[in-house]
Design a protein around this ligand. Sequence first.
Ligand SMILES: Nc1nc2c(ncn2[C@@H]2O[C@H](COP(=O)(O)OP(=O)(O)OP(=O)(O)O)[C@@H](O)[C@H]2O)c(=O)[nH]1
Length: 188
Amino acid sequence: MLVGDSGVGKTCLLVRFKDGAFLAGSFISTVGIDFRNKVLTVDGVKVKLQIWDTAGQERFRSVTHAYYRDAHALLLLYDVTNKASFDNIQAWLTEIHEYAQQDVVLMLLGNKVDSAQDRVVKREDGEKLAKEYGVPFMETSAKSGLNVELAFTAIAKELKHRSMKLPNEPKFKLHDYVKKEGARCCRS
Ligand SMILES: Nc1nc2c(ncn2[C@@H]2O[C@H](COP(=O)(O)OP(=O)(O)OP(=O)(O)O)[C@@H](O)[C@H]2O)c(=O)[nH]1
């Protein structure tokens, strides 16, 4: 499930992942909730992700609260060009704590890193906040595609490992995977 303030790029991130395209131009805010499916092959196993795109606008909050309980993973987004969306992350985390399952997979994403000239939230600030709350963190761009595939693949890997629970397989460490792959392939 994708959550975060209105306008941070949740729908665009999902469209980039699903269709490999960027929705440029006028911004159409999500009404309520929407979902798309995508099948990924993770370590030779097909994983079907059902990805729920929520409305960030306050007036839809009661609708989206009802969906948290069934979410296996949450991608919490802020916009690196919008300080308020970053400042609201703590409130989102409180909400997640209240409504989501205790063991939900959670990842923090700082989106729109392609807009370098408009950036107001430094990468280190995102990293610091994520560390404080013990969640994996990445910067992304729905526009350029930076780290989009990586974010969803990391989540899919974690979910696959959880659902298969193979006793002889070493535990998958989402944090380490994100750190290693992020550093290797596509830091901005
Ligand atoms: N430069 C840039 N613009 C982006 C990016 N992602 C989204 N946008 C723009 O930001 C605006 C909002 O994007 P959406 O994906 O609709 O935002 P949202 O979080 O789904 O918004 P709500 O549905 O209201 O919650 C649109 O005008 C997008 O074109 C990005 O990575 N880079």
